[in-house]
Design a protein around this ligand. Sequence first.
Ligand SMILES: Cc1ncc(CN)c(N)n1
Length: 225
Amino acid sequence: MEGNGGKNNTIETWLNKHRLMYNKATQHPFILSIRDGTVNLSSFKLWLGQDYIFVREFVPFLASVLLKAWKESDDGSDMEVLLGGMASLNDEISWFKKEASKWSILLSSVAPQKANQDYCRFLESMISPEVNYTVAVTAFWAIEAVYQESFSLCLGSGSKTPIELLETCQRWGNDGFGQYCVSLRNIANKNLAKAPADVLKKAEEALLRVLELEVGFWNMSHGEM
Ligand SMILES: Cc1ncc(CN)c(N)n1
């Protein structure tokens, strides 16, 4: 008997249950200000410098998800999807450096703010071998999905995203990244479908924590601390 009552759509069930929180994370006023063209460029620059620090911390987290997949997953294709994610993180780091120099941001002098530190601490907690693969991959999907949904909003019809921010929005809002997030959600759902109740509980808690941390990260960028 599967711990999830035989269902294979846990993520969708959770998203419906936590819709309010999910919308807070994916339709934050910071993102809406990019979409309506009123974004404060100093907020954008703050976000850029802070996210560079976050993305560097994201690498060991993803490495730990890969390691868990190798040890715990019975589906070899998970590894390939995660490896693709690692390759795009490599691109992402180069892109941050290029973008920072375009905006005259000295990345080496950026210090992580509280919301970023909290998020990085969460990532670190997920690295522990005691956190199982299903929980970690659910958190990983949620982290990527929030950026994908958020930035794709800034590309939709009627958006007035400033031209100099379009590349940023395309980085996470493009169809390829959308497909990658669908693959991650399928991996999470597949593992959640066979997870026992205690793992399901931890995975749902991890999803909620990610949403809360994403809201905190946007608040920090938007100057609402
Ligand atoms: C805070 C945050 N969340 C998600 C992502 C997408 N990798 C990111 N770059 N930064």
